[in-house]
Write a protein that binds this ligand. Structure first.
Ligand code: NAI
Ligand code: MG
Length: 529
């Protein structure tokens, strides 16, 4: 991912500077006063704010709306429809009809593949507008959304378009005079709930495999970030997706998310978000119709720097692993374990790198970090920073708000962190790097695994035996060796322990959306075989 940012930078930067509104901004010089400058107005209009049900944009049945906020100011960007149980019912009915009667699951797989490819083409064509909405709604740097995330959405949809016509069952060599086959069939109506940290990317991880397999969908966006999904909803008809196949509801967890999870006519759930909400969702599924659930939840991922690591690369990657996307990543490398022999050098360089990090308006070219998503997350992060200081960790840099407006936080580094401190145990989900010291590999494996989470890990070493041994010993869903946050549509992602259930992306994700039917036919004349 990091590499992709670097490789694409100059070409895309040139494109950005050609845009008039960003051209003007390029004239500003960066300074720490950036956050008090007037927010830059993105060159995009918010055109779609209504629920998308059965191929139409419609008001909520209640008529209610709620504001989606700009994290740079805390002020409303737009008011969007507030879906609740009645809207979920309408959307599920549309998805049910599209599944039971509609052309979608009955269409040839090749047709479905072509529609997914057309959708990917349209998103690619609208890359910059979508990225602007995404940056505006989330506070993430526009360049990150435009050069990395929306292109990855396109890549994921094309990947699953490629799978659509390669999904098939087996012929099984069972005992006895039987001809045995398995049929791989779509499950039905999928309920999907996504978070606010990578809104459209999470949408693609969810809808790609579900649609490729022939399911229909009701997707609920996060209340903080409804805009990019509505923009994409407007492209579905042009892509050729039949009405009712993908329905998109904006609304809150308790009033729109929970009714979706409890719905008796929803056949499968997929969720990305907090571990606590994941538990609620599993309970709602169990108490209703026992629909299967896949969960992508929290993490406290270790980033292990061995004594033989290339320190400069490790410092840069550890910085990226934690601070990327304002630290709002489920797989953030949020426990940086550094070997005692290189600890002092690493710490000094990590602190210098954090001090160099450019924080400010996400629409200003070159800014690496924007504001946190909302006041709730801002307050939570500040509480953890206070807890770090109170528990005796050393605050090396940062630790306070950046500027005076919005939810910006200075890149923060703690040293002398101990395993039993809250900042070393809980998911902070913010720009707070905690650096711990270790003596030997046995010890660090034990400490790294001593967590309720098990999402990912980074290992930095030049020794292939150390790399391979740690890769096997760490109880996590992804191990990145001498790299971090390398995502690809073909690489599975998911967690051990309380980081989740099941895997998304790659071929693995298909089985979340398929039923396997065994068909056993008695053979009349086994003597011929
Ligand atoms: P959350 O897990 O409550 O929200 C994520 C999604 O779940 C949203 O769409 C929300 O509306 C929905 N939701 C909430 N309650 C629900 C319910 N009872 N039934 C059905 N859906 C429900 O996370 P939140 O409150 O936004 O953030 C809290 C913490 O969660 C963060 O500080 C962070 O630690 C973690 N988080 C992890 C993410 C990840 O990528 N794994 C993403 C977002 C948050
Ligand atoms: Mg918002």
């Amino acid at each position: 991912m990091n590499n992709i940012i670097l490789i694409n930078y100059s070409k895309a930067d040139y494109r950005l500077r050609k845009r008039s509104h960003l051209g003007r901004i390029a004239a500003y010089k960066y300074s720490t006063a950036a956050a008090v400058e007037e927010p830059i107005k993105p060159a995009v209009n918010v055109e779609h704010t209504k629920l998308f049900i059965n191929g139409q944009f419609v008001d909520a049945a209640s008529g209610k709306t709620f504001p989606t906020l700009d994290p740079r100011t805390g002020e409303a960007i737009a008011h969007v429809a507030e879906g609740d149980a009645e809207d979920i019912n309408r959307a599920v009915a549309a998805a049910r009809k599209a599944f039971d009667e509609g052309p979608w699951p009955k269409m040839t797989a090749y047709e479905r593949s072509k529609i997914l490819l057309r959708l990917a083409d349209l998103i690619e064509k609208h890359n910059d507008q979508i990225a602007m909405l995404e940056a505006w709604d989330t506070g993430k740097p526009y360049e990150q959304a435009a050069k990395l995330e929306v292109p990855m959405v396109v890549r994921v949809l094309r990947y699953y378009a490629g799978w659509a016509d390669k999904i098939h069952g087996m012929t099984v060599p069972a005992d006895g005079p039987y001809h045995v086959q398995t049929l791989h069939e779509p499950i039905g109506v999928a309920g999907q709930i996504i978070p606010w940290n990578f809104p459209l990317l999470m949408l693609s991880w969810k809808i790609g495999p579900a649609l490729a397999c022939g399911n229909t969908i009701v997707l609920k966006t996060a209340e903080q970030t409804p805009l990019s999904a509505f923009y994409v909803a407007n492209l579905l008809q042009e892509a050729g997706l039949p009405e009712g196949v993908l329905n998109i509801i904006s609304g809150f967890g308790a009033t729109a998310g929970a009714p979706l999870c409890s719905h008796m006519d929803v056949d499968k759930l997929a969720f990305t978000g907090s571990t606590d909400t994941g538990k609620t969702i599993l309970t709602l599924a169990a108490k209703s119709n026992l629909k299967p659930v896949t969960l992508e939840l929290g993490g406290k991922s270790p980033f292990i720097v061995c004594e033989d690591a290339d320190i400069d690369t490790a410092v840069e990657q550890a910085h990226f692993a934690l601070f990327f996307n304002q630290g709002q990543c489920c797989c953030a490398g949020s426990r940086t374990f550094v070997h005692e022999k290189v600890y002092d050098e690493f710490l000094e360089k990590a602190k210098a790198r954090a001090l160099k990090r450019t924080v400010g308006d996400p629409f200003k070219s070159g800014n690496e970090q924007g504001p946190q998503i909302d006041s709730k997350q801002f307050d939570k992060i500040m509480k953890y920073i206070r807890s770090g200081v109170e528990s005796g960790a050393t605050l090396e840099t940062g630790g306070e708000q950046h500027g005076k407006k919005g939810y910006y936080i200075k890149p923060t580094v703690f040293s002398k962190v101990k395993d039993d401190m809250l900042i070393a145990q809980d998911e902070i989900f913010g720009p707070v790097q905690t650096i711990l010291k270790f003596k030997d590999l046995n010890e660090v494996v034990q400490r790294a695994n001593n967590s309720r989470y098990g999402l990912a890990a980074g290992v930095f070493t030049q020794n292939i035996d150390t790399a391979n041994t740690l890769a096997r010993a760490l109880k996590v869903g992804t191990v990145w060796i001498n790299c971090f946050d390398v995502f690809d549509a073909a690489i599975p992602f998911g967690g051990y322990k309380m980081s989740g259930q099941g895997r998304e992306k790659a071929e693995y994700s298909l089985k979340n959306y398929l039923q396997v039917k065994a068909v056993v036919t008695a053979l009349k004349n086994p003597a011929w075989l």
